[in-house]
Design a protein around this ligand. Sequence first.
Ligand SMILES: Cc1cc2nc3c(=O)[nH]c(=O)nc-3n(C[C@H](O)[C@H](O)[C@H](O)COP(=O)(O)O)c2cc1C
Length: 218
Amino acid sequence: MSLMESLKWRSAVRNFDLAKKVSKNDLESLLEAGNLTATSMGLQPFKIVVVDNEELQKQMVSLSYNQQQVADASHILIFAIDTNVNQENIDAYIDRVVEVRGVKEEDLEGYKNSVSNYLSMMDQDTKLQWATKQAYIALGTVMTVASELKIDSCAMEGFDSLQYQELLNLGSKELMPVVILPIGYRSDKEQMASLPKVRKTRDNFVIEINESEPVEFK
Ligand SMILES: Cc1cc2nc3c(=O)[nH]c(=O)nc-3n(C[C@H](O)[C@H](O)[C@H](O)COP(=O)(O)O)c2cc1C
């Protein structure tokens, strides 16, 4: 199946087959895809927490507006942002560049300073929003790769972030869940997936600015 066909096949699945588990290999591919995602300045200010635990997943239902898919899915991927992005993150990134690319730390001094300056201009709220945007890029990448692997998923914002943080003891790691992705395989009960996709028409979605359709200045 082409990537475009996979994107058309993908649907937000709410009815997962309890008996079907995503293989370790496929799970690793999804996590690697999340890790390969581009992020602002390369800082990756989030982690993916993998939950594969029947008991915890059952408890998550009531923390997710009673959405049953969190209990039935094979795994729950939780995209959790760093709540304390600071100089340590930048230093860790620089150390990693040195390790992976074998470059000298002093050669990265200019880049390090520009990243520090950029982050220092953000207040805490802005930093959390910035980190959340990065996590959502990874969410999109993981969903796309999942569709290529014919793994179903359902992006979810409908959950209580603070209660998830508490349940999974993520506060101690300075992490805050922002969006979650149950993954697995659709059950026979899933009906939405076979319905045509509802999307804007192209004309209502794309605005073209070029020589033949220039911007109209007032
Ligand atoms: C960021 C995000 C959050 C979402 N939150 C939920 C959710 O909490 N519960 C749910 O059932 N679906 C959720 N959805 C699924 C959307 O409702 C669904 O993607 C949309 O209706 C389009 O349908 P499709 O994905 O099947 O094409 C979410 C989707 C995204 C991208």
